[in-house]
Design a protein around this ligand. Structure first.
Ligand SMILES: Nc1nc2c(ncn2[C@@H]2O[C@H](COP(=O)(O)OP(=O)(O)OP(=O)(O)O)[C@@H](O)[C@H]2O)c(=O)[nH]1
Ligand SMILES: [Mg+2]
Ligand SMILES: [Zn+2]
Length: 357
């Protein structure tokens, strides 16, 4: 006998079959799942912001996600281990992480175990999206002033395509980006790096070159971090945690051992953590990422926010120019006369292509 839920699904599929003249049940099943996920997302959004007035609530800041439903929260300057309430757990249908480091939350102190009952709406968040059909949101950190896109010159080698993806994500989320190129001590000829970075400098990006080993650029980095809420994010092994240890030596956070480090990310930091600077401000250290997926729904924004394109698109013939096939495109003209390096334009095309379909 069919269960109630299956019956409902079966009758919905029949209606679809009649209306759509298609025999492809797999395709219908796929669409059904997508629709169900969308509906769940709506419900979640509604409940996330709903208020529960019958509890003894106290607000705090989420410092670390210890396991799926266990978090460290700072309440009045004190750390408390809190569990996610059953109500919130039920909402965890779509995002891999319902709560994110940096979230402001309401804790129920009256319950036997300290529970997170509410998540305050985020001012912003830096998110990437899973590389599959559902494109689940993976929130890297929430409520930020800026993101330090942490790359390294070598080990792993500088990947400006990834930097472009971060810059697009930061543009979409309206979070200030800062490009940090670490391990500058490994440079044999820094002028090659400067040539690669010249375009970003010209279009007004903040760039800091650092070495967690020699201390180069650390004071400059400290100055931009002071009294700000920042996230360090980038490939594994670029030296995010080493930079943090250099900036605040007492922290003694775990970094990859030099003797064991092969230049490939070892994913030493396994969970994100909010750190309080002794010089003022907060920082979220994050585990290194392999890829940075943008969301297909944001594709239309990329032609406007891709680094350096802002100055050109008003001069394209079409206001919705995608800078690909259109005539009289100011971006393509700038590529032809070398004002925009072809590497950056190719990186742009790769991003656009990845968001197709
Ligand atoms: N030469 C050089 N090596 C560095 C520098 N900063 C970090 N390293 C080395 O790079 C390796 C990785 O450093 P981590 O700080 O663990 O890198 P991470 O970005 O935090 O890596 P994940 O936590 O895996 O994302 C370690 O062996 C560090 O000693 C630097 O400025 N110069
Ligand atoms: Mg680390
Ligand atoms: Zn154009």
């Amino acid at each position: 006998m069919l269960k109630k839920r299956e019956k409902k699904k079966f009758s919905r599929q029949n209606v679809k079959l009649r209306n759509q003249e298609t025999n492809n049940l797999d395709e219908i099943e796929q669409k059904e799942i997508v629709e169900e996920k969308r509906a769940a997302k709506k419900t979640r959004k509604k409940m996330e912001t709903s208020s529960k007035s019958d509890l003894k609530l106290k607000s705090g800041r989420l410092i670390e996600i210890m396991s799926n439903y266990k978090c460290l929260v700072m309440i009045d300057g004190e750390m408390k281990i809190c569990l996610l309430s059953g109500r919130l757990k039920q909402l965890n249908l779509e995002t891999r992480n319902l709560v994110a480091v940096g979230d402001y939350v309401n804790i129920d102190l009256a319950a036997d175990e300290t529970r997170i009952e509410e998540i305050f709406p985020r001012v912003n968040s830096l998110s990437r999206f899973a590389d599959d059909v559902f494109q689940n949101e993976i929130v890297i950190a929430a409520n930020l002033d800026q993101v330090v896109i942490t790359s390294s010159l070598f080990e792993p080698e500088l990947n400006l395509g990834l930097v472009d993806r971060y810059l697009c994500a930061a543009g979409i989320a309206e979070i200030k980006p800062i490009i940090c190129v670490n391990k500058i001590d490994l440079a044999t000829d820094q002028s090659i790096l400067e040539q690669e970075l010249a375009y970003y400098r010209r279009v007004g990006m903040d760039i800091i070159l650092t070495s967690a080993f020699t201390g180069e650029g650390i004071e400059e980095l400290r100055a931009v971090l002071t009294n700000r809420e920042t996230v360090f994010s980038g490939h594994s092994g670029t030296g995010k945690t080493s930079l943090i240890n250099k900036l605040q030596p007492g922290l003694d956070l775990k970094v990859a051992k030099v003797s064991e480090f092969s230049g490939k990310g070892m994913h030493t930091t396994t969970s994100s953590k909010l750190i309080l600077w002794d010089f003022g401000g907060y920082l979220v250290d994050t585990p290194g990422i392999k890829t940075f997926g943008l969301h297909k729904n944001d594709k239309a924004l990329i032609p406007r926010i891709f680094p350096g394109f802002q100055g050109y698109f008003p001069f394209c013939r079409y206001s919705d120019c995608t800078h690909t096939h259109e005539e009289k495109c100011a971006v393509k003209e700038a590529v032809e006369n070398d004002s925009i390096p072809s590497e950056r334009y190719e990186s742009y095309l790769r991003i656009m292509q990845s968001l197709t379909g």
